[in-house]
Structure formats: structure tokens, C-alpha cells
Design a binder for this molecule. Sequence first.
Ligand code: TXD
Length: 309
Amino acid sequence: MARPKISVIGAGNVGASVAQYTVEKELGDVVLVDVVEGIPQGKALDLAQAGPIHGYDSRLIGTNGYDETADSDIVVITAGLARKPGMTRDDLLFKNAEIVGSVVEQVVSRSKHAILILVTNPLDAMVQLAWKKSGFPTERVIGMAGVLDSARFRTFIAQELQVSVENVTAFVLGGHGDSMVPLPRYSTVAGIPITDLLPADRIQALVTRTANGGAEIVAFLKSGSAYYAPAASAVEMVEAILKDKKKILPCAAYLNGQYGTKGLYVGVPVKLGRKGVEQIIEIKLQADEQAAFDKSAAAVRELVDKLKL
Ligand code: TXD
């Protein structure tokens, strides 16, 4: 059986790390695409030469064109500009909309059955745009943000309580931005809600740090934004899909009435399998949680409206 084909558009920090983790897990062959000449070729060759050491046989191709992406199973789109210090995700809106729009056109004309995973910011608006441009069914266009946001929350919870990150699950809803909605009562350590383990003010501090998690890293790096955890998050989604794991992960998915939102991509827990988003998991929110979700969805809708899709 042929190996799955995963194309990664944008060979920058996130894209190159997505390629790296994908081949290290030997999930399939990888095509790395970028507009900058030589970068995808060089990174693909370098990663191929790590194969004998890591023991992967995945093929890697780097290119400035799209023909090599034909018949991809999954396309991870990271092309775009990253945030610079002081820049909000929203500043990126119009520039990245142009880039993502053209990338999606190139990709879908060659891979009609692919599943698209969007990474480029502002994430929720870019997924909506990609879905519109692609003409694909909603279950095959998905955004990565919640896996990252919840991984950040899990990291902080594990550090606070001095427990293994493996014991910590966390639940984050809403758009990827300052209005994201971490849900402490569904965030657990070995099954115990953190609301039983930590005082409210400590939880609030961790929630705030999670919501600002991206900016905290931008402030350190100065010339770019986070990429190891974002790439690992996208690859967790790739793996769940290719292995048909039916894994419940928080992703930006198209809501058609769920959580009281219609016609909009927002972060919610979904079941990921070979068909993409196979189910949207709806949980009953308390009034304050629903209000926070609505506020977050409204912030996403405001951006999407600016794109006039
Ligand atoms: O949670 C999330 N969704 C995110 C989002 C977490 C981390 C990063 N997030 C966003 O992903 C970030 O705000 C950016 O919008 C993207 C990519 O971040 P990255 O850190 O990888 O940015 P780089 O290193 O600048 O890489 C972007 C690459 C770069 O090599 C450009 O040459 C390329 O994109 N690029 C393109 N490739 C193909 N086609 C076109 N048109 C193009 N334009 C730029």
C-alpha cells in the first residue's frame, strides 16, 4: 500500500517542524512547499538525511510549486506571516488572507479529496476562508489552535501541581485569541477536576497565562512566534486522521447551530478520524461559560465579516 502523502505549505518555523515530527512518526511521505527558493528543498533534504539516524523511510520532497502535492491525503497550511512583537493576530488578517486564499486554490485543484488543516493566523478566520475557497465539505477543513491552547494549559497545570503532563487533560473552547475559553471544571489531573485541586485565584492565573501563551513566547523570541508546540499539535491532528483514531481533540470546526453558533468556524471538541471531523462534541455549558463562548465567537465573526467572504 502506498504511504499516505502529507503536504506542508510554508516551510518556515512551524511548517518545517510539522515535516520533522511527521516523518519522525513515519506517518507518510512529506512534500514541503514554500515561495522562497531553496528553503523547502534544503530543509527536505536535511530532514531526509536524519532518516537513517531516526530510522524513518518517509520520502521528503521540497519544492516551490504545487505539482508534487497532487493527491495529498492531508495538507497542512502554515504559509503566511508570523506575529512580530506588538502585532496582534488580527493585524495579520488581510495579508494572510491573500496568502491562504492563493495557497488553497493551488492545493485543492490538485488534491480534491484531501483534508486541509489550517495553522496560519488569525486562525479561525483563515479556516473559514479556506473552507469557502476550497468548496470542500466542512468536515474536511479544520483549524489547529485548541490542541495547542490546551497543551499550554496542561503544561502550566502540571507545573503548578508538580505532576506528570500525562496525567493532565484540559479543555479549551472558542476562538484562538485573547478571548479563548479554558474550562477548568473539565480540566483534570488523573480524572480529578482542577477545581478540586487548586484555589480559584491560582486557576485564574493559569487561565490568563494560557490565553496569553502565544504572546509570552513572541516576547522572548522577538523575531517570530512559537513553533515546536504548534507543530506538535498539528501533527497530533494528522496522526488522529491518518490512523482513523476517532480521537477527541479541540479544533476549529464549522458550527451549524451547535453551541448556539451557526455558519462559523470556532474551537470546539471534535472527533477526528479518517473522514476529518466526524462529530462535533457538544457539552452543556454553564451560563458564564456560554457567555464567554458567545463573546469569543462574536470576536471571530467580526474578523470573518471583515473578509467579506
Ligand atoms: O495556533 C496556531 N494556529 C498558531 C498559528 C501557532 C503558531 C503559529 N501560527 C501562525 O502560523 C503564525 O502566526 C503564522 O501565520 C503561521 C506560520 O508561522 P511560522 O512561525 O511558521 O512563520 P514563518 O517561520 O514566517 O513561516 C511562514 C512561511 C515562510 O517560510 C514564508 O516564506 C512562507 O510561509 N510563505 C508562503 N509559502 C507558500 N506560499 C505562499 N504564498 C507563502 N507566503 C509566505
